[in-house]
Design a protein around this ligand. Structure first.
Ligand code: PGA
Ligand code: ZN
Length: 424
């Protein structure tokens, strides 16, 4: 069995030009791997701590040299000599070294980089693709992508309150075709926006952020784009929303200020989403309510959970404590899974296992700040949930994940399965 021979970290930049952690790990058999950690912008308040230096003289305080030093000086000495496939033990050792409930001492960015690098090294030492190492012979299911093609909320300077409008190619016969459906819809949308005189520059996740007039217009434009690309709205390509409602929740009300619709109570939001479900081909709504509004989520799930997927992101933060509460209270019927919200591969798998036990869906997700690392593409196939959220149809840090999924589908060949959770 190969063992960890060296482990170190360095500060690199993410897709927004902000510092993040890259970990390098070598085994005594000559295997060398690296892993890079993503970074969110609209982070949930209960996420594991992303350790930043706070030194205003470097990167506006966003440097990660402390997290890097924690890998080099505290984590590495404890892990050298261990076998990399002992993932749960490695992750458990780091949790013990950290000693806090939210990874505040070592930083979830330091810990996750090591955790991902260990998995990748173990896969390589076993001469297996990462998806096969993590998921075994049953890992054959490719995901339907949720492609964030139109932006509002805090991600755009326009009159749209909701953060993300995503195209979901639910009727495609394969991942490769799903990617084509999504990409063609994205390009059709670009043409429509240009024709209407709207801006076609893209945001952090590759979606457009035109200065449109309302939340409804966003859905209408996407439906128009789906048709213009030659697809059937709701059958070939559907819509998924991430309002990211924590970002417009103020003093107990949902303030739809950007669109000028004013303040809404939780019940009004349930009714508003209900009208949207009647008007547009929506199959999934994520964070339709504030991260502390468990009652609002539960009301929506009771009213609409049979019709659509209700996903919790900021409310669950990939943490089994919150997911367990959600299952007990019927808060939602799906979880957005982000490795860096919880900070180890082992705990992320535990969150997914909880979803499976409850019969909930789960969607593996990128962060708005990403790198060229494609770990999450392999991880998605390994976990078999059938859904991935990793941005629009442009920007290389997003496309890298899609391209990796194309490779995996080709690698699986006839064994590859593409089964949308929403296809009729
Ligand atoms: P983040 O947001 O990666 O900027 O936190 C994405 C999301 O809300 O899903
Ligand atoms: Zn979200």
């Amino acid at each position: 069995m190969s063992r960890i021979a060296s482990l170190s970290a360095q500060e690199i930049l993410d897709s927004r030009g902000n510092p993040t952690v890259r970990v390098h790990l070598a085994l005594d058999d000559g295997t060398r791997v690296s892993a890079s950690v993503p970074s969110g912008a609209s982070t949930g308040e209960n996420e594991a701590v992303e350790l930043r230096d706070g030194d205003a003289a470097r990167y506006g305080g966003k440097g990660v040299l402390k997290a890097v030093a924690n890998v080099n000086e505290i984590i590495a000495p404890r892990l050298i000599g261990l076998e990399p496939h002992r993932q749960a033990e490695i992750d458990g050792l780091m949790l013990a070294l950290d000693g806090t409930p939210n990874k505040a001492r070592l930083g979830a960015n330091a810990i996750l980089g090591v955790s991902m690098a260990a998995a990748r090294a173990a896969a390589q030492a076993a001469r297996l693709p990462l998806y096969a190492y993590l998921g075994g012979p049953g890992a054959t299911r490719l995901p339907v992508p949720m492609m964030n093609i139109l932006n509002g909320g805090k991600h755009a300077d326009n009159s749209v309150d909701f953060q993300e409008f995503m195209a979901m190619p639910i009727g495609a016969p394969s991942f490769a075709e799903a990617l084509r459906y999504g990409s063609e819809t994205f390009h059709a949308l670009k043409k429509i926006l240009a024709k209407k005189g709207y801006a076609t520059s893209v945001g952090d996740e590759g979606g457009f952020a035109p200065n449109i007039k309302s939340n409804e217009e966003a859905c209408e434009l996407i439906v128009e784009a789906i048709r213009a690309a030659g697809f059937r709205p709701g059958q070939d390509v559907a819509i998924a929303l991430d309002p990211a409602a924590s970002s417009f929740y103020e003093d107990g009300a949902y303030n739809l200020a950007k669109s000028g619709q004013g303040k809404k109570a939780g019940e009004d939001m349930v009714a508003l989403y209900g009208r949207w479900l009647d008007a547009y081909p929506i199959v999934s709504i994520e964070d339709g309510f504030d991260e502390n509004d468990w009652a609002g989520f539960a009301k929506q799930n009771a009213a609409q959970g049979q019709r659509i997927q209700i996903v919790g992101d900021d409310i669950f933060v990939t943490n089994t404590t919150f997911i367990r509460r959600g299952i007990a209270e019927n808060t939602a019927n799906a979880v957005l899974i982000k490795l860096n919200q919880i900070g180890t591969v082992t705990e992320t798998i535990q969150a997914i296992e909880l979803c499976r036990e409850a019969g909930w869906n789960y969607v593996i997700s990128h962060r708005s700040g990403e790198t060229e690392d494609t770990f999450m593409a392999d991880f998605t196939v390994a976990m078999g949930g059938g859904q991935i959220k990793t941005g629009s149809a442009c920007r290389s840090e997003r496309i890298a994940k899609y391209n990796r999924l194309l490779e995996i589908e080709a690698d699986l060949g006839r064994a590859a399965v593409f089964r949308s959770p929403f296809a009729g």
